[in-house]
Write a protein that binds this ligand. Structure first.
Ligand SMILES: [Cu+2]
Length: 127
């Protein structure tokens, strides 16, 4: 007895899930650069930008003090092509921070990562 069409669809989806990571390893979006750059030492930033190699759809981003709690300082994300701009809504105290992000690629794969940077009092202050 042939499989009902839905079973075939599920089988195909399962195969895609099992092998998709290999088949599309080079196809999903990657973080190319960020501002602040990874491991940068900077003054409190007005925004954090993430530049990807393909158009990303933002899912979530969180800012944490490294070894500490989430910090509510990220404003709405603004998408400009492959660049995501996260407004930083208040000054960050000196310390080490980690921005964690999750985005969806055009091929529907999820890319997650993080950028660690350090805010230094007075570093690079302009104005
Ligand atoms: Cu992909």
């Amino acid at each position: 007895m042939p499989f009902p069409p839905k079973t075939c669809l599920y089988a195909a989806l399962t195969a895609a899930l099992l092998f998709g990571n290999i088949a599309f390893a080079q196809a999903h979006t990657k973080l190319v650069t960020s501002q602040p750059a990874a491991n940068a030492q900077i003054a409190s930033p007005a925004e954090i930008t993430l530049t990807f190699d393909e158009l990303p759809t933002p899912i979530v981003a969180t800012l944490k003090a490294v070894g500490g709690q989430e910090i509510t300082a990220l404003g709405a994300v603004r998408k400009d092509g492959a660049v995501l701009h996260y407004a930083v809504t208040r000054a960050l105290a000196a310390g080490k921070y980690e921005l964690s992000f999750r985005v969806t690629s055009a091929d529907a794969h999820v890319t997650a990562g993080s950028v660690v940077f350090t805010v230094v009092d007075g570093a690079g202050a302009t104005k």
